[in-house]
Design a protein around this ligand. Structure first.
Ligand code: ZN
Length: 82
C-alpha cells in the first residue's frame, strides 16, 4: 500500500508500534531525534511515523527500553563478529 504522503505505511497501530521499536534498535538516534511516534493517516487509512510531537508511550515503557538496550548490544556484537 502506498500513500500520497510518500511515507512508509504500516497497516495497524500494532505494526507501527513494533516497527518504531525496531527502528530505535537499528538506528542510533540521540534523545529527541528520529521518529518518536506514529499517527493514523486520513489519506491511506494506514499509520506513519512522525518525528514531531510527544514521544510515544511505548518508547517510554521500562520493558521496551530494556529490550532496545539489549537488542542494540546484540546487534553491536553481531557487527563485530561479522
Ligand atoms: Zn498515509
Amino acid at each position: 500500500m502506498t500513500c500520497i504522503s510518500n511515507k512508509r505505511t504500516y497497516l495497524s497501530k500494532e505494526q507501527a508500534e513494533e516497527a518504531l521499536i525496531e527502528h530505535h534498535i537499528h538506528f542510533d538516534h540521540s534523545e529527541g531525534q528520529g521518529p518518536v511516534n506514529f499517527y493514523p493517516c486520513g489519506l491511506c487509512n494506514g499509520w506513519h511515523f512522525t518525528s514531531k510531537g510527544p514521544v510515544a508511550g511505548i518508547l517510554k515503557s521500562g520493558e521496551v527500553k530494556k529490550r532496545i538496550t539489549r537488542e542494540k548490544l546484540a546487534r553491536d556484537w553481531e557487527r563485530k563478529l561479522r
